[in-house]
Design a protein around this ligand. Structure first.
Ligand code: SF4
Length: 79
C-alpha cells in the first residue's frame, strides 16, 4: 500500500515546509490541504511513526508538521 503523496496526482511541494515565492496565507492554505490529504491516507499512522523516528526530517508527514525547533516562522504560520 502506498501513500497518497506517491500517486503523482498532486504537487510534491504540497508536503514541503516552504515553497519559494509563496506568501504566508498561501503557505497556510497549502499546508492545511496537505494535512487533509494525509488525514485520508491509508498509511498515515506508519508515515507519522517513521517521521518521529527520524530526527532530521522536515515537512508534512502523517498529517503532522516536522520542523526544526528554532524555526519560529513555520510555527507562527501554522498556529
Ligand atoms: S500520510 Fe505520509 S504517505 Fe500519506 S500522504 Fe501524508 S506524507 Fe504522504
Amino acid at each position: 500500500m502506498q501513500g497518497l503523496c506517491a500517486s503523482g496526482a498532486l504537487s510534491p511541494t504540497t508536503w514541503d515546509l516552504t515553497v519559494e515565492g509563496e506568501t504566508r496565507p498561501e503557505r497556510r492554505r497549502r499546508l492545511a490541504f496537505g494535512v487533509a490529504v494525509c488525514d485520508a491516507c491509508p498509511v498515515k499512522e506508519q508515515c507519522a511513526t517513521y517521521a518521529r523516528a527520524c530526527p532530521e526530517i522536515s515537512g508534512l508527514w502523517g498529517g503532522l508538521v516536522f520542523a526544526a525547533a528554532g524555526d519560529e516562522e513555520i510555527w507562527d504560520v501554522i498556529a
